[in-house]
Write a protein that binds this ligand. Structure first.
Ligand SMILES: [Zn+2]
Length: 443
């Protein structure tokens, strides 16, 4: 009895170890991404893998232990003269486990998580490396803190108008892909850079690139970057894709009150929002909460501004190419949900259309697109520059009423009271008409 049980146990153990070996996970490749605040390692693996990540000293190195795994081919070495990585090596442990060691130039704080397969990506193990707090202090101490100069004689500090430019996707998330293999993340970054250059040339305006290179930023973080920069406008740049290669044209979106307003828009919103599933951590649980809270807070003025700018840009797009939708579209894009920053999203063209893919790659066409966006937002701020900006000094204080505007909305934009506008224009009521010209008094 006892003896039999031992044999059965033995056989069970043998079968178990055989099956474990049969399901060995293969580590197929390693990619490196560098963002301003962290560095990312991405391993492509055949299944979600039990692992441990830790740091060893002298020399400082990062160790990643993959349980029951093997390398399918040698790992790509880090780029030469990388600020953090020196070399990567690997070894087999306990006959069935894999150890990957990355030699580093300095100690870091590692954080790892698994990503499930998404689009054309397999299972992945992501290791994010953040600077150690001590290293941060040393860095800022080295840089030195500039004393802030405050002049009490200046009554009101004038400021520049800030445009946050968000090139969609990045890093692990390439976005949509054209038939020739063009990646959305690449062409939208090119257009974003051209737009930033135009804005930075304009006096009284400044561009802030939300992502400054080829790395992924979570959608919520993109909004936070814009807010930290005190942006007056958030412009997210994308390229569309569809299964039918004939579909073409540009479209411009603002956020909808209750998510997507049409089936197509809903599909698109899913597509763009799913970026966080590809490039980072899922935010589904936060999203519902955020959507309700933000939409409740959302101000009429912000929406009015977003619609106005979107309309101007769409008009300019019409002059240089085909429009996919003739009107400003509404969708529940995560990045458009800032309650206090007017936000728009442009789908510059369909990358899935061979002709438009070619255009998206052409520098000349990229400049045209950037210029259409630029002209649209400049003409908006010529009408509505906030009163504490340099830009406001140089623009005529006259306002032509366009469709959908309200006296209260206009008052908010110029930072004056409705009463002041009514007095300056001898208005008996708040009723205004499209095309009517208003004098805007000083705030
Ligand atoms: Zn996109």
């Amino acid at each position: 009895m006892f003896k039999n049980r031992k044999i059965i146990l033995g056989i069970a153990f043998l079968l178990l170890s055989l099956s474990v070996n049969a399901q060995q996970i293969s580590v197929n490749s390693l990619r490196y991404w560098t963002a301003p605040d962290h560095t990312r390692l991405v391993f492509d693996v055949t299944d979600s893998v039990v692992h441990q990540v830790f740091l060893l000293d002298n020399p400082v190195r990062l160790v990643i232990d993959f349980n029951n795994s093997h390398l399918s081919k040698p790992l790509t070495q880090p780029p030469k003269n990388h600020p953090l990585f020196v070399r990567v090596r690997s070894a087999v442990r306990n006959k069935q486990d894999l150890r990957v060691v990355v030699d580093l130039t300095t100690a870091v704080r590692p954080k790892s998580f698994s990503l499930n397969p998404s689009k054309n990506k397999s299972h992945r193990l992501v290791v994010d490396l953040f600077p150690k707090p001590s290293a941060l202090t040393t860095l800022s101490a080295k840089k030195g803190v500039q004393p802030l100069t405050t002049t009490k004689t200046v009554k009101q500090q004038l400021r520049e108008i800030v445009i946050a430019i968000d090139a969609g996707h990045g890093g692990e998330d390439p976005g949509a892909r054209g038939p020739r293999g063009t990646q959305e993340k690449k062409v939208v970054f090119d257009i974003a850079k051209k737009l930033a250059a135009l804005i930075n040339k304009k006096s009284g305006m400044k561009a802030v690139m939300v992502r400054k290179g080829d790395y992924y930023i979570k959608l919520r973080k993109r909004m936070e970057i814009a807010r930290a920069a005190k942006a007056d406008l958030f412009v997210s740049i994308h390229a569309d894709a569809f299964k039918n290669a004939k579909v073409k044209g540009a479209s411009v979106f603002t956020v909808s009150n209750r998510g997507a307003s049409s089936e197509a828009a809903r599909w698109l919103a899913d597509h763009e929002n799913s970026a966080d599933l590809v490039g980072g951590v899922k935010l589904a649980d936060k999203e519902d909460m955020l959507a309700t809270v933000l939409m409740d807070l959302s101000q009429t003025a912000t929406k009015e501004a977003s619609r106005n700018i979107a309309g101007k840009i769409l008009k300019n797009f019409k002059r240089i190419g085909h429009l996919h939708k003739q009107n400003v579209q509404k969708a529940g894009f995560m990045v458009l949900k800032s309650p206090d920053i007017p936000s728009i999203l442009v789908e510059t063209a369909f990358i899935s259309n061979p002709d438009e893919e070619r255009k998206l790659r052409s520098r000349k066409h990229q400049t045209k697109m950037a210029n259409a966006i630029y002209q649209g937002l400049v003409s908006y701020f010529e009408q509505y520059a906030p009163s504490n900006t340099y830009f406001a000094l140089n623009v005529k204080k006259q306002h032509v009423i366009s469709r959908g505007e309200t006296l209260s909305g206009i008052a908010v934009h110029y930072g004056v009271t409705m009463k002041a506008i009514k007095t300056a224009n001898a208005l008996a009521s708040t009723a205004i008409q499209v095309g009517q010209v208003l004098r805007i008094p000083k705030g």
